[in-house]
Design a protein around this ligand. Sequence first.
Ligand code: ADP
Ligand code: 5GP
Length: 290
Amino acid sequence: MGAPPHLTAEQRAMALAKAAQSRKRRAEVKNKVKSGEFSIDTVLEIAANEDSVGKMRVRELLEALSGVGKVRATTLMERLNISPTRRIQGLGRHQLKQLRHEFMKSTHAVAPGKLLVLSGPGGVGKSTVASTLRTSGDFWVSISATTRAPRSNEHDGVDYFFITDEEFSRRIKDDEFLEWAAFAGSRYGTPRSAVEEALLKGRNVLLEIEIAGAKQVKAHLAQSLLVFLEPPTWEELVSRLEGRGTDGPERRAERLALAQEELAAASFFDIVIVNDQVERVVEQLIGLIS
Ligand code: ADP
Ligand code: 5GP
């Protein structure tokens, strides 16, 4: 190791002042974590842009979180293969991702917000139910991103965030989706940060997504409640898809073929509800979270 650099008195005073400022900034961030003002996600984001926060030890961050003491922090770090002295800026991509997931599990247990996933075959009435629930104010309903083209009655940022294939791929790469799936030639994904934020604020969150996505959510968040919406009969499902009038005959045939496969997935779900009347389904769903 070479000799330490020789500093003039002025340089030394400047370095000391800078170090003191960094420590002060880290203490400030930790206090905000302790008070619940900053989530772990917020800190990780700040750490990516601010060197002084990036230098915070992972252990300090974890111990500042409500409900995470020394023992739990140690166990967690061992499990995620994070060395005891690791700083936030030294975490790998995979470790950052694992930490975020872990945080979702632990905070969800204490946060009052519940995550309900509504799934079922295309045309059964999921978006009709979801939009009624959005208006009722009982749920914060997630808006998905999709590569599908908007239908004539749909608006960007209201029904979906309509994005390009390239943008969708970028979001997958940057781990911005809680789950995503390909369906009928397009891709659909749930924006992770908005959902996490709503849950942390104690909102009950509703995701209206197809079956493969619902399974992914359950795998990440075991406490989520999966609801499968069933049509009263197959004929009724066909008539609803036709009645909606949003797909041409070819698209409709494709969606009906998919619906047949989707109906077989009901047994995977926590609860199955028959959508005979929208109001009745809405009441049942509100009952599940109250
Ligand atoms: P999904 O989102 O599952 O694809 P939609 O919400 O678009 O289904 O509903 C498909 C069609 O069925 C729509 O025209 C909608 O108005 C109608 N619909 C939904 N629920 C019911 C119901 N309980 N009874 C009759 N028609 C319904
Ligand atoms: P549509 O094209 O009819 O709007 O949606 C097709 C299917 O994609 C529906 O079953 C709908 O529930 C599902 N879907 C919508 N958003 C998402 C999402 O974010 N993730 C997943 N996995 N499926 C979604």
